[in-house]
Design a protein around this ligand. Structure first.
Ligand SMILES: *[C@@H]1O[C@H](CO)[C@@H](O)[C@H](O)[C@H]1NC(C)=O
Ligand SMILES: *[C@@H]1O[C@H](CO)[C@@H](O)[C@H](O)[C@H]1NC(C)=O
Ligand SMILES: *[C@@H]1O[C@H](CO)[C@@H](O)[C@H](O)[C@H]1NC(C)=O
Ligand SMILES: *[C@@H]1O[C@H](CO)[C@@H](O)[C@H](O)[C@H]1NC(C)=O
Ligand SMILES: *[C@@H]1O[C@H](CO)[C@@H](O)[C@H](O)[C@H]1NC(C)=O
Ligand SMILES: *[C@@H]1O[C@H](CO)[C@@H](O)[C@H](O)[C@H]1NC(C)=O
Length: 550
């Protein structure tokens, strides 16, 4: 580690210091130091509630003080928490979780349910690999479990398909034949290539590279931007919906993070990412008529702009800052910072101080959102005051807004991002703290201390509390130029950065081969849709579908 740091600082003061994201010599001012301990306490309280009421289950139900299995019954919260425990120095909890994880039987689903290749990859495989790497290879059983699990998941590629099916039956190793999306098929690469690195079996990397390359190479309505839905057996798009939100989001995230983690000489990934950003600037970026906030709109299968945004999509600000720095493009970094402002507005302007699952706005080009219901008077009044209006008012403990806030802090050193993280801690404690000592989801962020929903997603432990903690932690402890985070915030060890990840000449995506004015995909899904049934704790079917877009 000491050597790596020395090499990194040499890279820093060398002639070319592109490829680095974190501001040099960044220090958290002493006044903000104590908040790291406060977030650690929140983590311990949340996890103790899980241990007391839901140990061994996937998820804690923090209101009814019980647990349930939404992730095949393998103990998702335990596996997903390991890298956060390691970072926070919670050694006893970490070792207990490693002990548990080393004995999971991943060859069978513990509940009669499908296995999501995407969710299993980002939470379980990502959690195992990161815990293995962070603890310097001390627990080889983590790699053994990861291998058993991934050998089963490999059945998602049927015949010579480039695109895997999204769901598997682990009993008979068959795939559920259905449409998938670019998030499910394009958010596997970091984990699977890391498994190849530790096992020497290159098949994992090859399978997932095939999928990523396929998506990145298909012609689409705008250069670089991919269509959200895809048919694995034909490899063709379904409809023409384009979004940085659910069902697409982390495909874009992994394009640039793969370039960084692998240091590949293949320019495809960084170039398609940069091209997607460029197309988004020209076609999707809108400013609100109230407040002049920057948002990224969706583009639907009917070639119409939808003036909507979502909590999930709010990873984009941090991602543009990160990728913009890697390819030495400050224009992209600055747009990323604008997106961070727009997403933070959805927190700072709600009575709870927490942002909604999805929102809408108006630009000079209109206010079409795709919703069948017209904008209500209440929403309009909200918009007139704040520059956005909630569409789905839930908050289900998602990380993206604080994730982007974290990248903005580490890249700029502007302490306003630390102040924002402090206000999020206060809002979480006030609105989410449940009788179990755990943290619950919120039904309506426009109320102060409104009704809670009886569910704690494992990403609360893996992502939200980790990004909050790291915001106040010593920036040299987990330096973002030494680790690449998977989409569930599990850090993987990165090689020293290249000077730049930009290609000598910008990749040109093939022009569209047919008109993209489609009749409209009847299943154009509003990525902001999410609901929890308070009478029946645990994931509802709508939530289960939505979860696959995390
Ligand atoms: C998985 O396959 C087994 C054996 O064919 C079958 O009994 C079971 O119902 C299937 N599970 C699901 C969720 O379809
Ligand atoms: C490598 O992984 C693939 C995919 O799971 C598997 O089929 C193959 O048997 C593995 N090869 C070795 C040598 O273990
Ligand atoms: C930086 O990105 C912007 C936005 O995509 C683009 O217009 C510009 O040409 C890029 N600059 C360089 C030097 O590539
Ligand atoms: C709106 O915001 C953009 C940056 O996001 C800024 O360049 C522009 O000057 C602002 N316009 C007004 C009228 O404030
Ligand atoms: C498609 O867009 C056109 C205008 O661009 C609009 O008139 C039409 O109603 C839209 N169709 C659907 C199904 O949304
Ligand atoms: C919102 O503002 C618009 C434009 O200024 C105005 O026409 C409308 O009446 C306002 N609506 C509400 C509900 O405040």
């Amino acid at each position: 580690m000491a050597l790596r740091r020395l090499l990194l600082s040499t890279a820093l003061f060398g002639a070319a210091y592109g490829g680095l994201v974190q501001k040099p010599n960044l220090v958290v001012p002493p006044a903000f130091g104590p908040y790291a301990a406060e977030v650690k306490e929140m983590f311990v309280g949340s996890y103790e509630a899980y241990k007391t009421y839901a140990w061994g289950f996937d998820d804690l139900y923090p209101m009814s003080k019980t647990g349930g299995n939404g992730r095949n019954g393998w103990g998702a919260t335990i596996v997903d928490s390991m890298s956060t425990m390691y970072i926070m120095g919670l050694t006893d909890l970490f070792e207990e979780a490693v002990e548990f994880s080393s004995k999971i039987d991943f060859t069978q689903s513990k509940i009669p349910d499908k296995v999501s290749v995407f969710e299993t990859t980002i939470r379980f495989l990502g959690g195992l690999l990161s815990a293995y790497e962070m603890s310097d290879g001390k627990y080889p059983a983590l790699i053994e479990r990861a291998t058993e699990l991934t050998d089963k998941m490999a059945y998602a590629w049927i015949g010579d398909n480039n695109i895997p099916h999204g769901f598997l039956n682990f009993t008979d190793n068959t795939a559920f034949i259905a449409r998938t999306n670019i998030a499910e098929a394009g958010t596997l690469l970091l984990e699977w290539e890391t498994l190849s690195k530790h096992t020497g079996n290159n098949t994992y990397a090859e399978l997932t590279l095939r999928s990523q390359r396929h998506i990145a190479s298909l012609p689409s309505p705008f250069p670089g931007l991919a269509v959200t839905w895809i048919q694995p057996d034909t490899g063709e798009w379904i409809g023409g919906y384009i979004t940085w939100g659910g069902a697409a989001d982390s495909y874009y995230e992994y394009l640039i993070k793969h370039a960084r983690l692998s240091n590949t000489d293949d320019h495809l990934f960084a170039d398609v990412w940069a091209t997607a950003v460029d197309s988004s600037i020209h076609n999707l970026m809108k400013t609100s008529t109230v407040g002049n906030f920057t948002y990224l709109a969706d583009f639907d299968s009917n070639s119409t702009i939808r003036h909507i945004g979502s909590h999930l999509a709010c990873f984009h600000g941090g991602n543009w800052i990160y990728g913009g720095k890697l390819i030495n493009n400050e224009t992209i970094v600055n747009y990323g910072l604008d997106l961070v402002e727009g997403c933070w507005n959805t927190y700072s302007n709600t009575p709870s101080g927490i942002g909604p699952e999805s929102f809408g706005y108006a630009s000079s080009e209109g206010e079409y959102s795709g919703d069948t219901e017209p904008i209500s008077d209440k929403q309009r009044e909200f918009y007139n005051r704040t520059g956005f209006y909630p569409r789905n008012t839930n908050y289900i403990l998602r990380p993206e807004v604080l994730e982007s806030n974290f990248y903005a802090w580490r890249a700029t050193g502007d302490t306003k991002y630390l102040e924002r993280a402090v206000s999020a801690i206060k809002a979480f404690k006030k609105n989410l703290l449940a009788p179990s000592g755990g943290y619950a989801s919120l039904d309506d962020v426009t109320l102060v201390e409104g009704p809670k929903l009886d569910f704690t997603e494992s990403f609360w432990y893996a992502e939200t509390l980790k990004y909050l903690y790291l915001t106040f932690d010593d920036p040299n402890h987990i330096n973002i130029d030494e680790w690449v985070f998977n989409t569930e915030a599990h850090p993987f060890k990165a090689p020293l950065p290249k000077d730049t990840y930009a290609a000598p000449s910008r990749y040109q995506r093939p022009a569209p081969t047919r008109a993209w004015v489609l009749q409209g995909d009847p299943e154009d899904v509003d990525p902001g849709y999410y609901s929890v049934n308070p009478d029946r704790p645990g994931p509802t079917s709508a939530q289960r579908i939505f979860d696959t877009w995390n």
